[in-house]
Ligand binder design. Structure first.
Ligand code: ZN
Length: 361
């Protein structure tokens, strides 16, 4: 049997239908990867958080290697045939090829290529299985348990070898208003929670006027109120999805949201807050990565901004710089999902050169 290629590893990984929250398939996939890392001499741990598996494998016995290679292994749902990878026109097609099992396939090839040499390096691999639903039992849990690195490689975004240097943060906030019931024919005897809440939301929407769509979006995503059509509702609640480009925008917006809510007697409660991504591209670890990638690819690596989000937010919150970059691909979360086969091979080459520069002990 010849040496396995990145595509061979990827084909095996795609075959595990590790759809988020399918704990059985996730566990089987995690065990497959853990077994691979262990058999290649890495210190390997399977770490469960609320039923979600995680795998951490390190060349040295440490929770904080110099370089951490991260990959989320959960995927969005798909029909059975998408879990059988196809190779066509230089593309690797199927669920999870681009988002983002290609990275794990590249890490496996890298480890196989390094062979016994892994012990000369200080790097680790971190696999999680809950990115698509927020990463609380994946990357967030692991970082809270003391795992970390000097730099993390996270190829989950950044189109066609653009380096994602900034990314929007997200704030999900629940608004609720308590009023007073009355018969629909005598509204003045009650306090209409629904009307007050919608007025509040209208006022909150005006806050967008000072910003561009890239700097700030504020969307009403959930709203509910009322039990009967002829009763003044005594309760109303809504959820806003707010995305912001900088922490300054968030701070200023938060103060204004609180002020407006207070004015209307509306209660506001944080559901989730994801900080924005701001990678210091002047850090030596980042500069070295860019230089290595430019040498391997033979072209410039442009920097880009993303309005979406990745697990990079957790690394940023722990002051760990993240390299968010990936080969060409497409059809994320769609049936047409694919990744450029050549790009995955190039990633392995970049990582190997990068480890030689930044992760030798
Ligand atoms: Zn992803």
């Amino acid at each position: 049997m010849g040496m396995k290629s990145e595509a061979d590893y990827l084909e095996e990984l795609v075959a595990f239908a590790s759809v988020t929250a399918d704990k059985k398939a996730s566990k089987a996939c995690a065990e497959h990867c853990a077994e691979f890392f262990k058999s290649h001499g890495l210190h390997t741990k399977l770490i469960e958080s609320d039923g979600y598996p995680n795998v951490v494998a390190t060349a040295q016995k440490t929770k904080k290697p110099k370089v951490m290679l991260q990959c989320h292994m959960d995927v969005v749902p798909a029909g059975d045939k998408l879990f059988k990878m196809k190779r066509e026109d230089g593309k690797l097609k199927g669920r999870g090829t681009f988002d983002m099992k290609f990275a794990c396939a590249s890490y496996m090839k890298l480890i196989n290529d390094l062979g016994k040499d892994t012990s000369k390096y200080d790097f680790g691999i971190m696999l999680s299985f809950d990115e698509e639903i927020g990463g609380h039992n994946g990357v967030e849990a692991l970082l809270n348990q003391g795992y970390g690195a000097n730099v993390c490689i996270l190829p989950d975004s950044g189109k066609d070898w653009h380096l994602e240097s900034t990314g929007n943060g997200a704030w999900f906030v629940k608004l609720s208003k308590t009023g007073k019931n009355a018969h629909g024919s005598v509204p003045h005897k009650g306090i209409n929670a629904a009307e007050i809440l919608t007025r509040t939301i209208h006022e909150l929407h005006k806050l967008r006027e000072d910003y561009s769509d890239e700097e700030l979006t504020l969307s009403l995503t959930k709203i509910s109120s009322g039990k009967a059509m002829n009763q003044i509702p005594d309760h109303a609640e809504a959820v806003l999805d707010i995305r912001f480009k900088t922490s300054e925008i968030y701070e200023s917006l938060k103060a204004q949201v609180e002020k407006i809510c207070l004015k209307h007697g509306v209660d506001s409660k944080n559901i989730e807050l994801f900080s924005c991504i701001n990678v210091d591209t002047e850090k030596p670890e980042i500069i070295d990565f860019i230089r290595t990638a430019e040498t391997v690819l033979g072209r410039k690596i442009p920097k880009s901004h993303s309005v979406g989000s990745t697990d990079a937010r957790y690394f940023c919150a722990h002051n760990i710089p993240c390299v968010v970059i990936q080969p060409n691909g497409g059809g994320r979360h769609a049936d047409s999902e694919w990744v450029d086969a050549e790009g995955v091979i190039q990633l392995t080459t970049i990582l190997r050169k990068y480890l030689e520069q930044c992760a030798i002990i």
